[in-house]
Ligand binder design. Structure first.
Ligand SMILES: [Zn+2]
Length: 126
């Protein structure tokens, strides 16, 4: 069966046509389905292997890749947080003077990024 095909609907028992509708799982589109034009009854879920869905498959695999990358970014963020203690960030340096809008390094007399990794790092005394 495919969209636009004429059929007799088992729900409303009318001679009707199939239309392609998104299958929603909450706010997430989980696929497509063929539904009755008259009563919107779902006749058949469109399988992922259906060639009609190839473009949507590309989208969903891109989404999967994106979510995979998102996970990786998340993991990297976490590991960065864990490693922070071993890093010589300027913000932990005793040479750093923190101004409201910029951070200056006393050692070099220049503006620095609090997250910079400085070779002249000297740990701030707590
Ligand atoms: Zn119907």
């Amino acid at each position: 069966m495919k969209a636009g095909e004429e059929f007799t609907c088992p729900y409303c028992h009318q001679q009707s046509f199939l239309k392609l509708v998104p299958l929603m799982d909450g706010w997430t589109k989980k696929g497509d389905a063929l539904a009755c034009v008259s009563c919107s009854g779902i006749i058949e879920e469109v399988k992922k292997s259906d060639p009609l869905r190839s473009t949507q498959d590309n989208t969903s695999s891109a989404d999967r890749l994106k979510s995979l990358l998102g996970d990786m970014e998340e993991t990297e963020k976490i590991s960065l947080t864990e490693k922070e203690g071993d890093k010589n960030f300027c913000r932990d340096c005793s040479y750093l003077i923190a101004h409201p809008f910029l951070c200056r390094c006393m050692k070099y007399g220049k503006e620095v990024n609090p997250m910079d990794d400085c070779p002249a790092f000297e740990k701030k005394k707590k």
